[in-house]
Design a protein around this ligand. Structure first.
Ligand code: ME8
Length: 608
């Protein structure tokens, strides 16, 4: 078997050796044994994994690993829910999806936070790491792997990775002199630093991007030959314009790469930083926390022994604050190590709270546990994914959550479910029959036709919805997918309202058939919404589908075949008993006097 792509290199030996490898996973062994210069100039190693996810039906998605110096907040949950949504979506599409998250536990700021809490660093990390796990559990984050950088498997992976870079000549001993920001664990060039004053009115230097204080640092340590990768990274991004999504962030990275790319310090003196992984063979140096942290993505999939299968299908979800680390440092490290580059880096913007940056000092950090208690897991997930626009920052406030959940989940979706499953309209409580006479495929077909042009438009919109949703999810525009679903829910409510089935005479045969047809179309719409909403609001989607009597094995992406009766095919759901749970889909949220909302049992949209 030959590679289905073009090998753009003039090096005959490489072509010869690569073509001996039919399966991409084995390419990594080639890479390890090749001289670094050859690897770097062999574009095949970069382009080979395009669409490999589709071919192998394997998918690997990651979140950043979260610092344990602070408790989880709504921003962390947003990242995790976004990745979770993609993971669930891939599972529904029949992919073997792996989803990794975890905690970043090394570095100066963790060391300082543990000192401040007067706790042993590992105990401190364990406690905070547990709190992330708890929050993720409350938010329905269905991760398959949870990694902590203090684990032995991770230390071994980092040590191996370091040795590969070192043996290939990409790490050398040097002196770093320049600015360093501990809160960002980041080295900065003079152009990335600006003057400011601290709370005591003293002159200080801060990072232009984050506003955090920086310090001048001069240290003997190990340097990574980052500068050597500038051209190659530029080439990679130019020839893979969809690697970073949304595209706005790819432009930012290209701009970054237009500037000088100095070599990167990848270790700190042990005397300054003890809490980390020692440089192999040099106990006086600790590995730079970002090199340590980024390798977590490899550790999870069994690097250095068993990562091949998963490493070709990796997709990262990150916040905009860590773009440089993932889109410049990480690909450069991977190229140096002779490993494939990520398929996608999904970037999202940040949440502010009532117009302000979330910060402990402002006391406006939104606690996700409390938010789940107030709005339920599905309510919070829906809000974050419906309002979160990756391209720009979004503002959080409680009233906004209440308003959105009430109008779209309680009233529109809950009301629709309530109306079209109401025992008054469907006393037998079965999936009703569709009658083509009243809703013919061809509008000029029948005299008894009752469907009007808006109904046909609705049917068309719902038929096209899965493709649209898929497109938006692939681009991480979950909010657009939800906007499209919400628009269709409105159309279906309009359909019911227009034909007012509660006015039909159930003792009249024709009326009854038309009533059943209206209900059948509405339930078919709801079935589509239920399936499509599973990645976002798994609890509510389950309620909808269970109420419609849709079995678990009938909920995959393959089951998104809408209104087959309309096309003259059999619908196996007709006549099937509806599920017994007639409870409210989503209880309206109400603001209590103390501004804290609580759930209410009243539902605005009553069954007719
Ligand atoms: O950066 N809005 O960890 P971290 C939205 N350990 N998302 C936010 C946010 C906000 N206000 N604040 C944080 C680190 N996030 C490193 C990562 S990965 C190898 C190492 C999200 O805990 C956002 O995705 O400071 C950010 O990138 C992530 O939390 C990690 O933040």
């Amino acid at each position: 078997m030959k590679f289905p792509f073009c090998i753009l290199t003039s090096n005959r030996t490489i072509i010869q050796r690569l073509s001996n490898y039919a399966f991409y996973g084995r390419l990594q062994h080639v890479q390890h044994s090749m001289p670094s210069k050859c690897i770097k100039h062999c574009p095949v190693l970069r382009c080979v994994c395009t669409d490999i996810s589709q071919r192998t039906k394997a998918y690997y998605i990651t979140t950043p690993i979260f610092y344990v110096n602070a408790s989880p907040h709504i921003g962390h949950v947003y990242t995790a829910v976004t990745a979770d949504c993609l993971h669930r979506y891939k599972l529904l599409q029949g992919y073997h999806s792996r989803f990794a998250t975890g905690t970043d536990e090394h570095g100066l700021k963790i060391q300082q936070a543990a000192d401040k809490a007067d706790k042993d660093p590992l105990r401190f990390c364990t406690e905070v790491s547990e709190s992330f796990r708890n929050v993720f559990q409350r938010c329905g984050i269905l991760y398959t792997d949870y990694i902590r950088t203090t684990e032995k498997r991770h230390r071994q992976a980092v040590e191996h990775f370091w040795m590969v870079l070192h043996s290939k000549g990409f790490i050398y001993k040097g002196t770093y002199e320049g600015w360093y920001s501990t809160p960002d664990e980041s080295f900065l060039t003079p152009t990335q630093v600006t003057d400011s004053t601290d709370s005591m009115g003293r002159q200080i230097k801060v990072s232009t991007e984050s506003g955090h204080k920086v310090e001048w640092m001069k240290e003997d340590n190990y340097m990574f030959r980052l500068s050597e990768f500038r051209e190659e990274l530029l080439q990679w991004f130019r020839s893979n314009p969809k690697t970073i999504q949304p595209v706005k962030f790819q432009h930012l990275v290209l701009q970054l790469l237009e500037d000088d790319l100095p070599d990167l310090s990848v270790s700190r003196q042990k005397s300054r930083l003890q809490w980390g992984i020692s440089v192999p063979g040099d106990p006086e140096q600790t590995i730079y926390v970002w090199l340590d942290a980024l390798v977590n993505y490899l550790t999870v999939v069994g690097y250095p022994q068993n990562h091949s299968q998963w490493w070709t299908v990796v997709h990262h979800v990150i916040g905009k604050d860590i773009l440089k680390f993932h889109a410049v440092y990480w690909p450069a490290f991977l190229l140096a190590a002779g490993l494939p580059l990520p398929q996608t880096i999904y970037v999202h913007s940040h949440w502010t709270v009532e117009g302000k940056k979330m910060s402990k000092s402002l006391g406006n950090v939104v606690n996700p546990q409390a938010a789940v208690e107030k709005f339920t897991m599905d309510g919070l997930r829906y809000f974050l994914l419906r309002q979160g626009v990756p391209d720009s920052d979004c503002d959080y406030y409680d009233d906004k959550v209440i308003k959105l959940c009430n109008s779209e989940l309680a009233d529109a979706l809950g009301g629709l479910l309530n109306r079209c499953t109401a025992p008054s309209l469907n006393p037998k409580q079965v999936y009703p029959e569709f009658c083509n006479t009243f809703f013919p495929k061809d509008t000029s077909e029948g005299l008894d036709e009752k469907a009007v042009s808006e109904d046909y438009r609705m049917v068309e919109a719902v038929s096209l919805l899965p493709v649209l949703v898929e497109q938006h999810l692939e681009n991480l525009h979950v909010y657009k997918a939800l906007e499209a679903i919400s628009a269709c829910v409105r159309l279906t409510n309009g359909f019911i309202q227009r034909h007012a089935p509660w006015k039909l005479d159930q003792n009249d045969t024709k009326d009854k058939q038309w009533l059943d047809t209206i209900l059948h179309v509405s339930l078919e719409c709801l079935r589509m919404y239920g399936i499509l909403l599973q990645p976002v609001v798994p609890g509510l989607a389950d309620k909808i589908l269970s109420r419609l009597g849709v079995k678990p094995e009938e909920r995959s992406w393959d089951s998104l075949k809408f209104l087959v009766k309309h096309d003259g095919r059999d619908c196996h759901l007709e006549g099937r008993a509806l599920g017994p749970d007639m409870g409210v889909l989503f209880s309206r949220l109400e603001r209590s006097q103390g501004r804290t909302p609580k759930t209410a049992t009243r539902q605005k949209s009553k069954p007719q």
